[in-house]
Design a protein around this ligand. Structure first.
Ligand code: AR6
Length: 177
């Protein structure tokens, strides 16, 4: 059984062509917004919003799946991350739950290659180092508990600083640095 590749790449998640699903850092309405959510809806086209309207929102920490329409993948997995409010409002637990919910939905739908953005670290202000540590830990645990299910789990990071932080979090856990 080949091992799951876990990596961080720099780029625009709407342009990733070699995955089955991309994850959207959404809000509870699932009706679009700014940041990566806005970019995903723009690239997918209006049919994505039409499908999202049928879902009636999603609680923070959970996830829902839709088609990808104009995007070069099969599915979009939407997850509202927690807004950072100082760290004592279950933010860490909710962020971990976002990653866990997305991964569970992914394998239930036969997704073998998945790309995440940096959930909650934009307008929701979750500190990036901590978010990266949580994200990498949840993905690693899931992969070890579901061997052979995923070929690739990656983060596609828009800016250089965020990319470097996720790279470090991944390297730390593989003992590379
Ligand atoms: N590809 C990859 N990453 C991106 C892209 C892109 N095309 N565009 C932005 N990012 P944010 P959040 C990065 O604010 O903090 C929306 O309005 C961005 O640089 O998009 O979870 C939703 O509707 C940052 O590193 O998501 C919600 O209301 C990361 O994506 C709210 O924002 C996440 O930033 C969610 O806030």
């Amino acid at each position: 059984m080949s091992e799951t590749v876990i990596r961080a790449v720099r780029g625009d998640i709407t342009e990733i062509t070699d995955v089955d699903a991309i994850v959207n850092a959404a809000n509870e309405s699932l009706l679009g917004g700014g940041g990566v959510d806005g970019a995903i809806h723009r690239a997918a086209g209006p049919k994505l919003l039409e499908e999202c309207r049928t879902l009636h929102g999603c609680p923070t920490g959970e996830a829902k799946i839709t088609g990808a329409y104009g995007l070069p993948c099969k599915y979009v997995i939407h997850t509202p991350g927690p807004v950072w409010r100082g760290g004592s409002h279950r933010e860490r637990e909710l962020l971990a739950s976002c990653y866990g919910s997305c991964l569970k939905l992914a394998v239930e739908n036969g997704v073998r290659r998945i790309a995440f953005p940096s959930i909650s670290t934009g307008v929701y202000h979750f500190p990036v180092e901590e978010a990266a540590g949580i994200a990498v830990a949840v993905v690693r645990r899931f992969v070890s508990e579901h061997p052979g299910k995923l070929e690739l789990a990656e983060w596609v990071l828009f800016d250089d600083r965020t990319w470097q932080i996720y790279r470090k979090a991944i390297d730390k856990r593989t003992g590379k640095s």
